[in-house]
Design a protein around this ligand. Structure first.
Ligand SMILES: C[S@@+](CC[C@H](N)C(=O)[O-])C[C@H]1O[C@@H](n2cnc3c(N)ncnc32)[C@H](O)[C@@H]1O
Length: 259
């Protein structure tokens, strides 16, 4: 069984490369704090640098976090300043908390990194009280085909390493949550707009910024990026021209049964 993917190696650059624009972040925090409420305690598994937890804490939510990456938690402590967020070094599949001790929980950009993600979900359901809520996001999904086409060509040239090790589609989580008696609710999609160039994408793939690239060694990444770059130049044109990219964030809220 492979291990969960720790983000130790990404801690120094994570916040720079994964941020959301201010209006989208504001909508996200408003949506989550409304769903979760500000009166109880909320656990975030895979809390990372506190990208979501810290603004939620500033909005009045009592946040607690768990992560397997000491480096990411160190970054969170530096980001937190005076914001109160309690954290622990712990695996989401074996949480060091008694049952029913949280009112809600968040799992954002994490279950796809956990091979035993179903066990992590069972843990979430154990530690959140009956009638509590769990908000979850699998990841961001670009709408534009140019982004997918170039990315597919890069990974194909790199030998298509297996990815992700954990949850692949949010619908798999819907199924598991339903089977545990939870009501599944979609919330309105959030869309992050940006204008990267083909070179921005190719450079990020080549540098191994995203966790999907971490199993690929540097020479292979360079070769795969060169092949994808040549294809893109022939078929898509100017590598330095900014292009529309819309990334969709599909959140779910699961309401746990009252028992
Ligand atoms: C992509 S980051 C997301 C961080 C934060 N949730 C956010 O949205 O910015 C994923 C985080 O999950 C952590 N992680 C991976 N597997 C984990 C596990 N089994 N238990 C707890 N944390 C885990 C990683 O170390 C990393 O900090």
């Amino acid at each position: 069984m492979t291990e969960s993917v720790s983000f130790d190696r990404a801690a120094s650059y994570y916040d720079r490369t994964r941020s959301l624009s201010e209006p989208v972040m504001a909508n996200l925090i408003a949506m989550l704090s409304t769903e979760i409420g500000t009166s109880g305690r909320c656990l975030e598994i895979g809390i990372g640098t506190g990208r979501i937890a810290l603004p939620l804490a500033r909005a009045g939510v009592q946040m607690v976090g768990a992560d397997i990456s000491r480096e990411m938690l160190g970054r969170l402590a530096a980001n937190a300043q005076q914001t109160p967020v309690a954290v622990c070094l712990a695996d989401a599949t074996r949480l060091p908390f008694p049952r029913r001790c949280f009112d809600s929980a968040i799992a954002a950009h994490v279950l796809h990194l956990v091979p035993r993600w179903r066990e992590a979900v069972v843990e979430l359901v154990r530690v959140v009280r009956p009638g509590g809520k769990v908000a979850a996001l699998r990841g961001r999904q670009a709408r534009e085909e140019w982004w997918h086409e170039v990315t597919r060509r890069f990974f194909a040239e790199a030998g298509d390493p297996p990815w992700p090790p954990g949850l692949d589609r949010i619908e798999q989580l819907d199924e598991l949550m339903s089977s545990r008696g939870a009501a599944v609710r979609a919330v309105p999609e959030l869309v992050e707009e940006s204008h990267p160039t083909l070179n921005d994408l190719l450079s990020a793939l080549e540098a191994g910024i995203w966790s999907a690239c971490w199993s690929i060694d540097e020479p292979t990444r360079k070769r795969a990026a060169a092949t994808a770059r040549a294809w893109a130049e022939r078929n898509l044109g100017d590598l330095d021209q900014p292009r529309q990219r819309s990334e969709v964030l599909t959140w779910r809220v699961y309401e746990l049964p009252w028992r």
